[in-house]
Ligand binder design. Structure first.
Ligand SMILES: *Cc1c(COP(=O)(O)O)cnc(C)c1O
Length: 479
């Protein structure tokens, strides 16, 4: 054995550096949770400056102690545990879930086949069945797996829908010049459009149905979308419901969409990447009414459920369907080429090797129970409603929807006399100022072409007082 390899695998060094890293992260967590703390959410640096910093670091001598590197990352990363981080829909990672990820990262079981994944595979099965039951599906019938993100989850579910719903075996023979499409609201996540294009359905592969004044799919327009497709010679495979949409956080009426799908014999896919988590909230789970009728659902654990990226559940009401997506043979992985072996996950997932996602979720549930999901999701949904009321009563803001369906709030600084161009440039300047200052982090979106500020409350430690400070900050950042 070489000296270098022996040193790099030294267990005592690992022990000591591991303790130091945990100390570093625990101190960071303590500081962002203490009032009056001066830690910024984001230490804004331009991409060029940061690349230059790392190039210089790379050119310098080797550093046998990794802790200064870890410290440097902590300094130049966005601080998602900070209660003033109210930007994108990213996870406010629970310490126990991060520890489980470290465990998974170190042991690194492959998960594609049972012999590699063992406990990770068994736990994945257990968690998927429990989640299906939470959504109101029959856990004996329903089945699924975890996948690497909502984008891949949507693609996998839609691929399955295509394989199940089309008479021709597209997997074997391709599209053969036929046109197929899914219908989704114009607010659907761009990964749906990307998925249908990847599937070879082209630009007409996702039919964008209009939304109502609350940005929810307008159910009264579905028939017309469907008929238009038929006239163009396009076979509609299914409808995608948003639970909720990404930009505005609007919740589509799943039950009514399910009625339509049932009547037309279409696949119903619910993109519940973000809002599926309310299934755990006693107060808000009614918003998902009808979701048990979906043929497929995806839900991200790495958004509201405090799990490190990426963990997405992909569920199928009829578990048999989950085996039809990919029909590839791989004799080096499994003997039984045709059989439904739940424990050989790669028969059904896009990935072959994937991380042991179930460790992170199980660690949370075993330690705190489902109650922790309920408390966190309910708090952030409540806080978004409180925040939107504060914005409305402030009088300086315009909101596309007065009360948000979810924890996503869009708004813009508004004055009657200003032109659209002026409003855009004022709001762009406000966000730039806030980002560069770094005390808060908010994002933006375009709604019907107009620039809006966007807040997603992801952190249950974000208080009403913090949201008041944010409003003051926005007003004072106005050019
Ligand atoms: C976030 C999101 C996605 C994409 O999920 P990733 O895990 O980021 O790939 C898809 N759909 C909706 C509605 C989302 O909010």
């Amino acid at each position: 054995m070489t000296e270098l390899l022996k040193k790099a695998y030294d267990s005592e060094t690992f022990r000591q550096q591991g303790h130091e890293l945990i100390n570093l992260l625990a101190d960071y967590l303590k500081s962002v949770h203490s009032e009056g703390d001066k830690t910024k959410v984001l230490n804004w640096t331009t991409p060029e400056d940061l690349l230059k910093k790392w190039k210089e670091d790379d050119a310098a001598a080797l550093e046998p102690n990794p802790i200064p590197f870890f410290e440097s990352i902590l300094e130049d990363t966005i601080h998602m545990h900070h209660p003033k981080y109210v930007g994108h829909q990213t996870s406010n990672v629970l310490p126990v879930a991060a520890l489980a990820e470290l465990l998974g990262g170190f042991l690194d079981p492959g998960m594609g086949i049972y012999e590699q994944g063992t406990s990770g595979v068994a736990l994945e099965r257990l968690l998927i069945k429990k989640l299906a039951a939470s959504f109101g599906m029959d856990p004996n019938e329903a089945d699924g797996f975890f996948s690497s993100g909502g984008t891949l989850g949507n693609l996998t579910a839609l691929l399955c829908a295509r394989q199940v719903m089309i008479e021709k075996d597209v997997w074997e023979y391709g599209l053969e010049g036929k046109k197929y499409a899914f219908i989704a609201s114009e607010e659907a996540h761009f990964s749906c459009d990307r998925a249908t294009r990847v599937m070879g359905l082209g630009k007409d592969g996702l039919i964008k149905a209009p939304v109502n004044e609350k940005f929810q799919l307008d159910i009264s327009r579905l028939e017309e979308c469907y008929q238009n497709a038929l006239e163009k010679g396009i076979q509609v495979i299914g409808v995608i419901a948003n639970a909720c949409s990404t930009a505005v956080g609007a919740q589509d009426p799943i039950d009514e969409i399910a009625d339509f799908c049932e009547a037309k014999k279409l696949w119903l896919h619910v993109d519940a990447a973000h809002g599926g988590c309310v299934v755990y909230s006693e107060k808000y789970k009614h918003m998902l009414a009808g979701i048990a009728r979906a043929d497929s659902i995806i839900m991200d654990y790495h958004k509201m459920l405090m799990v490190p990226t990426l963990v997405t559940a992909v569920l199928f009401k009829n578990g048999d369907h989950s085996y039809q997506t990919f029909a590839q043979k791989a004799s080096y992985l499994w003997d039984n080429q045709e059989g439904q072996e739940w424990f050989n996950l790669a028969k059904r997932t896009f990935e072959l090797t994937k991380t042991s996602m179930s460790f992170r979720i199980y660690a949370i549930l075993k330690t705190y129970g489902q109650q922790i999901f309920d408390e966190s999701v309910t708090r952030v949904y409540d806080m978004a409603k409180v925040f939107s009321k504060m914005l409305v009563s402030n009088g300086n803001f315009q909101l596309p929807v007065a009360i948000p369906d979810s924890n996503i709030v869009c708004f813009r600084y508004f004055e009657e006399e200003l032109s659209e161009e002026e409003l855009d440039s004022i709001n762009i300047a406000i966000r730039q100022q806030i980002k560069e200052e770094g005390a808060f982090y908010i994002v933006q979106t375009r709604i019907r072409g107009k620039y809006f500020l966007r807040v997603t409350v992801m952190n249950p430690f974000t208080t009403e007082k913090i949201m008041e400070q944010l409003i003051d900050k926005i007003i004072s950042s106005k050019p």
